[in-house]
Design a protein around this ligand. Structure first.
Ligand code: ATP
Length: 331
């Protein structure tokens, strides 16, 4: 049986993870859990928010469902999320963004997927102070990483029957780096004649995303643009309580909601579990249990559509437990 590493995490993490696991069980998920602890609560005991045993568990099981983890600022710890990404070579960050029923936003018919290259670009963190009042940062783009992420985007399109991949870049100014990224995307696109290929300069892309979000399908881009555009895209459909995400590599995948630990509402039974639940649905898709993920998504849609159990981030007053039970009842 497929075992999955479960990391409840900090803040609202344990509440939304508890809710998600209850719903997965109610949907008849055959997955087995291996629960491990990471984050603030293990720092004292382990001397790090990310113990080696957690990494080993993910390496062994190859799949993890993770709650938000806070990296304490100014205490010398490396970001848990960045370390996970590097150690497991999770080179693709994937964020599907879609309108959900009855969630009020100004944008309709949004159904797009942001595919962000996760390993290079300005995030390699090479900066230096040249002289007083002058600093530099180095942007790294390689053909290998660019082709790899382009292949990922097109394979995803093929697998989920998507029609178009748009490469996002600034190759008119960054001729060598973004120029190389764009060339690699064009080259890879020739292997996928059944998927349309298109490219947009990142500033124009931002404008078009808020003007015509319905006209985009899969967007593939280097790390920094991906960071910015994936938050922009999340804002189109109603915000953090709803948007799932995944970090995927060739040997492991970590599924997690986009939101952080939300300390302002932690422990209050108020958090919206839908973002983590939809991340778990992405995990079920990845593990080829689409029948179960489809049933869960349909149950979420029904509960939102009926509008009786809605959490406060979406303007309602239901608790985490109430919406969890409402979703379970629909299964
Ligand atoms: P981090 O630094 O960990 O990303 P943050 O405070 O910048 O934390 P979030 O923790 O994501 O960002 O929270 C931002 C706001 O969104 C908070 O007001 C929080 O309560 C709200 N929020 C985030 N996730 C949820 C959720 N699942 N349900 C309800 N509200 C949420």
């Amino acid at each position: 049986m497929q075992k999955v590493t479960i990391i409840p995490g900090d803040g609202i993490g344990p509440e939304v993870m508890g809710a998600t696991l209850r719903i997965l069980a109610a949907a008849g998920s055959p997955l087995e859990w291996e629960e491990v602890e990471a984050g603030e609560k293990v720092i004292e005991r382990e001397g790090t928010p990310l113990p080696i045993s957690v990494l080993d568990s993910i390496k062994r099981n190859k799949v993890a469902l993770k709650g938000p983890i806070t990296t304490p600022v100014g205490k010398g710890f490396k970001s848990v999320n960045v370390t996970l990404r590097k150690e497991l070579n999770l080179y693709a960050n994937l964020r599907p963004v879609k309108n959900l029923p009855n969630v009020r936003t100004r944008f309709e018919n949004v159904d797009l997927v942001v595919v962000r290259e996760n390993t290079e670009d300005l995030y390699v963190g090479i900066e230096r102070q040249v002289e007083e009042g002058r600093a530099e940062a180095i942007k790294i783009i390689s053909a290998d990483a660019s082709r790899r992420i382009a292949h990922f985007a097109f394979e995803y399109a093929k697998m989920y029957n998507r029609k178009k991949v748009t490469a996002v870049h600034k190759a008119n100014i960054l001729k060598l780096t973004d120029g190389l990224f764009l060339e690699c995307c064009k080259e890879v696109s020739r292997d996928y004649p059944q998927v349309n290929f298109d490219e947009k300069i990142v500033d124009n892309m931002c404008m078009q995303l808020v003007q015509f979000p319905e006209s985009f399908d899969i967007l593939v881009m280097p790390n920094l643009y991906g960071d910015i555009l994936s938050d922009l895209a999340a804002g189109l459909v109603g915000g953090l309580g709803l948007v799932p995400g995944a970090n995927i590599g060739d040997n492991a995948a970590v599924f997690e909601a986009v939101h952080g630990s939300a300390p302002d509402i932690a422990g209050m039974n108020k958090a919206n579990p839908i973002a983590l639940l939809l991340s778990a649905c992405m995990m079920l898709d990845y593990l080829k249990y689409q029948d179960i993920s489809q049933r869960i998504r349909a149950a979420v849609d029904q509960v939102l559509l009926e509008g009786q159990f809605i959490t406060s981030d979406l303007g309602g007053s239901s608790s985490t437990n109430e919406i969890t039970e409402a979703i379970m009842a629909k299964l």
